[in-house]
Design a protein around this ligand. Structure first.
Ligand code: ATP
Length: 274
């Protein structure tokens, strides 16, 4: 369903403080990114440069947000694409698109006067999925191009390009992508725990007036198993219920209704995709 157009956004757009919960992934990511930030020091010590970071976990847990925050943290240009954009019927087209994506990232960095860029590819399994019996030769070319770009020998502007990729299904990835020296870090991004949920709810309540009776801690308790994306929906739906009631503030009842609605929507999605 992803569009063909690649989107570049200002790296200032989002910071780690805008991401609720996910303390461990944030910490691991920042640690890895410090290699990019301290590039000169790393070089002097003879440590090989960081090539790629793989984020794994269920949908809607903030993987895209983490990639954007990574760009902000490292003062990098940011460019995003979806793995599904690279699967083509004609041999070579996918590989060409990968080349263009990295080229565009370098161009964007030059434009913004940054010396690094982050390329984010969501649903990387679309490119680096396991090959089935050599039938999809196009995959191989696309994947090989990606691996070449990750080796970072292209480009003369001395711009470091880091690949951050995300997948919901690591088990589907081609072993070529999982070999050592490819993705230097594998970071697991799980569903938020209770305090993570409360943090996420608070972030999405920043622009919403709540009745003093409303306890987001209680809402966090009642939303076990919800992703960040679902929690965002809960806050938004609650605001819509408030509007329907002609209320200027969100009440505990609006939130309860919203939780039900999001839970129900999820169930209906599951039924229709069966
Ligand atoms: P997918 O695998 O479906 O691409 P994702 O893990 O990349 O999902 P995001 O796109 O980062 O998920 O999250 C979707 C939306 O959900 C965000 O724009 C944000 O509104 C909300 N969200 C998800 N996780 C968090 C979080 N940890 N903190 C705050 N908001 C979150």
């Amino acid at each position: 369903t992803a569009g063909k157009k690649t989107v570049a956004r200002k790296p200032e757009f989002l910071t780690f403080e805008d991401i609720g919960g996910q303390d461990q992934p944030k910490k691991e990511l920042m640690e890895a990114l410090n290699f990019l930030v301290n590039r000169d020091k790393i070089q002097k010590l003879g440590i090989r440069p960081l090539k790629g970071i793989l984020l794994t976990g269920p949908p809607g847990t903030g993987k895209t947000l983490l990639a954007k925050a990574a760009a902000h943290y490292t003062h990098s240009a940011f460019i995003a694409a979806s793995g599904s954009e690279f699967v083509e019927m004609y041999v070579g087209v996918g590989a060409g698109r990968i080349r263009d994506l990295f080229k565009e990232a370098r161009r964007e960095a030059v434009k913004l006067k940054r010396d690094s860029a982050i390329v984010f590819i969501d649903e990387i399994d679309g490119i680096g999925g396991k090959r089935d019996g050599g039938q999809h030769r196009e995959y191989d070319q696309t994947l090989n191009q990606l691996l070449t770009e990750m080796d970072g020998i292209q480009g003369d502007e001395n711009i470091k390009v880091l690949l951050v990729a995300a997948t919901n299904r690591k088990e589907l990835l081609d072993p070529a992508l999982l070999r050592p020296g490819r993705f230097d870090r594998h970071i697991q991004v799980d569903l938020p725990d209770k305090s993570g949920r409360e943090h996420i709810l608070k972030l999405h309540a920043r622009n919403k007036p709540l009745f003093p009776e409303v306890s987001l801690a209680k809402v966090a308790e009642e939303t076990f198993g919800f992703s960040g994306a679902q929690l965002e929906s809960v806050m938004n739906e609650a605001a819509i219920y408030a509007m329907r009631d002609d209320s200027e503030m969100l009440s505990a009842y609006h939130l309860t209704q919203a939780i039900d609605k999001v839970m129900m929507g999820e169930r209906m999605d599951r039924e229709t995709t069966k």
